[in-house]
Design a protein around this ligand. Sequence first.
Ligand SMILES: CC(C)(COP(=O)(O)OP(=O)(O)OC[C@H]1O[C@@H](n2cnc3c(N)ncnc32)[C@H](O)[C@@H]1OP(=O)(O)O)[C@@H](O)C(=O)NCCC(=O)NCCS
Length: 179
Amino acid sequence: MAQGKTSRRGKAADEAQAADGRARDAARGLRVRAVRQADLPQVIALDATVTGLHKSDYWQRVYRRYGVGGQGLRHFLVAVHGARVVGFVIGEVRDWEFGSPPCGWVFAIDVDPHARLAGIGTALLGAMRERFRQVGVTMLRTMLSRDNQLLLSFFRSQGLTAGHLIPLQIEIETGAAGA
Ligand SMILES: CC(C)(COP(=O)(O)OP(=O)(O)OC[C@H]1O[C@@H](n2cnc3c(N)ncnc32)[C@H](O)[C@@H]1OP(=O)(O)O)[C@@H](O)C(=O)NCCC(=O)NCCS
C-alpha cells in the first residue's frame, strides 16, 4: 500500500510538471487519453500478456464503469502511439471510504512489455494524478502485492511511500452457511 506526495506540492508546481510531461510525450508521439470502445481488444490482449488470462467480459464491465460512466471521478486511460495501445491505467476518486477524506485510488496500471522503461508508466500515472488534482484531490493511493517488486520499484520512483492504512483479510469458507 502506498500513497503519493501530492499534498506537499504546490498547485503551480504540479501544473508546470504536468505540462512539461505532456510536451515531452507529444514530442515522442505518445498520447495519454480516455479509453475508447475500439481500444478494448488491445487492452484485453495487453492484460493477457501480463496476467495470462483473456478476460473479455471483465474488461467490458470495467469499460462501462470507468470508461463511459466515469462522470469525472472514474478514469480509464490508455497510452497510445498512433493507433497502438501501449499501456493503460485505471483509477477512481473515492469519498470517505476507509474513513479517509476524498482521495484518488489507482487500481491497475500496465505497460506493454515491449515498450517498458521508456517513461510510459510515468506518463500514465502523471495523467491520472493530474485528473485527481483537477477535482481537488490531494492524495493518491494504491495497493499492490508485496511480491510485485517491479510495481513497487515503479511506484517508489514516482514518489509514493508506505501509507497509514493496512489491508486486512479473512478466508470465507464456501458451503458453510446453514451447516
Ligand atoms: C510497472 C510498469 C507500469 C512500469 O512501466 P514503465 O513504462 O516501464 O515505467 P517507466 O519507464 O515510466 O519507469 C519509471 C521508473 O520506474 C522504475 N522502474 C520501471 N521498471 C523497472 C524495473 N524493471 N526495475 C526497476 N525499476 C523499474 C524506474 O525507477 C524507472 O525510472 P528510470 O527509467 O529513470 O530508472 C510496467 O513495468 C508494468 O506494466 N509492469 C507490470 C505491472 C503489473 O504487474 N500490473 C498488474 C497489476 S496492476
